[in-house]
Ligand binder design. Structure first.
Ligand code: HEC
Length: 140
């Protein structure tokens, strides 16, 4: 895989990891005292994404495949926890699950280029969905 793709992947992960997901930086930096199921699921997504990056970096495709499968399942589970799903939310959720399924398949094929791009696309979907949630919250 080209270095450029790898650098892009790390950059995107960095942006997602440090830009914060909640309504303020502090909320993300501090663990909530009583995290909801959805928050726990979302936090596990961060862990699984780090596992994917590690797997892609070290050619551990079993690890990538396993984490991709977990991410797909978390996304399916998490979708139950959002009461008012907008059409855009549903679309983003479905895209994420498809991207995770692609990643699983590419890991099985040991296709590092494709797996890296899947990871980037998933990161973009994480960020898009959180941005969407913020915009919806700001409208209420
Ligand atoms: C389809 C929408 C959607 C996608 C895709 C999505 N999330 Fe989330 N995420 C949410 C929602 C909704 C919340 C708010 C949960 C809450 O606070 O109740 C959230 C919150 C979070 C939080 C904060 C949890 C907390 O403790 O407050 C983290 C961390 C997070 N997401 C990580 C991720 C990561 C990493 C990805 C991508 C691998 C991702 N999410 C993809 C919808 C999404």
């Amino acid at each position: 895989m080209s270095m450029r793709v790898r650098v892009v992947a790390c950059g995107v992960i960095g942006i997602v990891a440090f830009s914060g997901v909640g309504t303020s930086q502090d909320e993300v930096a501090e663990e909530p005292a009583n995290p909801t199921t959805k928050q726990l699921l979302m936090r596990d997504k961060l862990t699984q994404m780090a596992n994917v990056l590690e797997g892609v970096t070290l050619d551990r495709f079993d690890q990538v495949e396993k984490s991709a499968a977990t991410l797909r399942k978390i996304s399916r589970a998490a979708s139950w926890h959002v009461v008012e799903q907008t059409p855009r939310y549903r679309r983003l959720s479905r895209n994420f699950q498809e991207q995770a399924a692609d990643l699983e398949r590419h890991a099985k094929e040991r296709n590092v280029e494709a797996a890296t791009l899947d990871l980037v696309r998933m990161n973009v979907t994480c960020a898009n969905c959180h941005q969407h949630i913020r915009e919806e919250a700001a409208r209420d």
